[in-house]
Design a protein around this ligand. Structure first.
Ligand SMILES: C[C@@](CO)(OP(=O)(O)O)[C@H](O)COP(=O)(O)OP(=O)(O)OC[C@H]1O[C@@H](n2ccc(N)nc2=O)[C@H](O)[C@@H]1O
Ligand SMILES: Nc1ncnc2c1ncn2[C@@H]1O[C@H](COP(=O)(O)OP(=O)(O)O)[C@@H](O)[C@H]1O
Length: 300
């Protein structure tokens, strides 16, 4: 069923921008331009920002509540709206409000997802009818993770984030911890000690042999060395379940897979873990999404 937004008293419509977790992230090589080739499972989760949009007749794109330290002009929501406007010579504009909940610079793709949601929602609100592929190509100009959110399904991701194969992932709950550090992505990718030659596991994964291979985050050893707070969170969470970093950090997570026989078991286990969280740590529980809520806002 198609997503129907809530509309507030000022006429803004609310659209979700879900986060992702990298269930693993391997660096398999490096391109001539220095960008790294990845292999990763991107998992959509129900933790989300909310993007409030209201169509304007005068063509302006106005951000009503810029995030601290992110000027409106560089906010990915504004950049996404302007990019789409320019690409389609659209005369309409949009008012934007961002209800930010996702940790920024957390490796959960919040900014990229905000941008993807603007592209998908405006595709509908401006009656553009652009294809998913066209929106993904535009989105890649804004960031490597944007195409994934427009793709809208859990996926095995390759290239620098633009090659996607949909993949079935188990229903699960996650405990996500947010260490109080901002990890600079370029410094992690540029570190001389980063492993850049992990062999491809694509065949094993697509044949359903994930349990026979080691799934890690190659960026984690570098990030942990630079930021001991990440190591502390991994160590604490590892008491309960295997814990891993997502993306280039800083957030870390543990996965609790739902057991068909025991309803609510994965949620109960995740809730039990988060209830033990020391007061100096920040974290939350989130669950898998099977697909993006706005999946049908672009045609295949
Ligand atoms: C590694 C991922 C996985 O999701 O991390 P998170 O951003 O989610 O943490 C992303 O692909 C990150 O994408 P994104 O955060 O958009 O990175 P960008 O701003 O495009 O790149 C920042 C810098 O990191 C390096 N970089 C980034 C991506 C990549 N595949 N290879 C790279 O070498 C480049 O030096 C680039 O200039
Ligand atoms: N709408 C937005 N939400 C979050 N970050 C944004 C946004 N627009 C621009 N940015 C910039 O993008 C950076 C990375 O954001 P984010 O997507 O939250 O992290 P990550 O890529 O680690 O998941 C932020 O530090 C911020 O400077």
């Amino acid at each position: 069923m198609s997503f129907t937004p809530i509309i507030d008293a000022q006429g803004f419509a609310a659209f979700p921008a879900p986060a992702k977790l990298n269930l693993f992230l391997h660096i398999t090589g490096r391109r001539a331009d220095g960008y790294h080739l990845l292999e990763s499972i991107f998992q959509l989760i129900d933790a989300h920002d909310t993007i409030w949009l209201r169509v304007r007749q005068d063509g302006q794109v106005i951000h009503h509540n810029p995030i601290e330290n992110v000027p409106a002009e560089s906010d990915l929501t504004v950049r996404a709206a302007r990019l789409l406007q320019g690409h389609t010579q659209q005369q309409l504009g949009v008012d934007i409000r961002v209800e930010k909940r996702l940790p920024m610079g957390g490796g959960m793709g919040g900014g990229s997802s905000d941008a993807a949601t603007v592209l998908l929602a405006l595709n509908r609100l401006w009656s553009l009818n652009l294809s998913r592929q066209a929106l993904m190509t535009l989105g890649l100009q804004l960031g490597a993770d944007v195409p994934f959110f427009i793709f809208g399904r859990n996926a095995l991701v390759e290239g620098i984030g633009e090659i996607m194969t949909p993949i079935e992932t188990p229903v699960a709950h996650f405990v996500v911890l947010h260490p109080p550090v901002h990890v600079p992505t370029p410094a992690i990718f540029g570190d001389p000690e980063l492993t850049r030659d992990t062999p491809s596991l694509k065949v094993a994964l697509l044949e359903g042999r994930a349990d026979q291979v080691e799934l890690k985050n190659d960026l984690e050893p570098v990030a942990v060395r630079k930021f001991p707070q990440i190591a502390e969170c991994i160590q604490w969470l590892s008491q309960y379940a295997p814990a891993k970093m997502t993306g280039s950090g800083s957030c870390v997570f543990a996965q609790f897979i739902a057991d068909g026989a025991e309803k609510n078991a994965s949620q109960n286990r995740a809730n039990a873990v988060i209830s033990c969280l020391p007061k100096e740590m920040t974290g939350f529980v989130s669950s898998t999404l099977s697909q993006h809520q706005l999946l049908d806002f672009a045609s295949d």
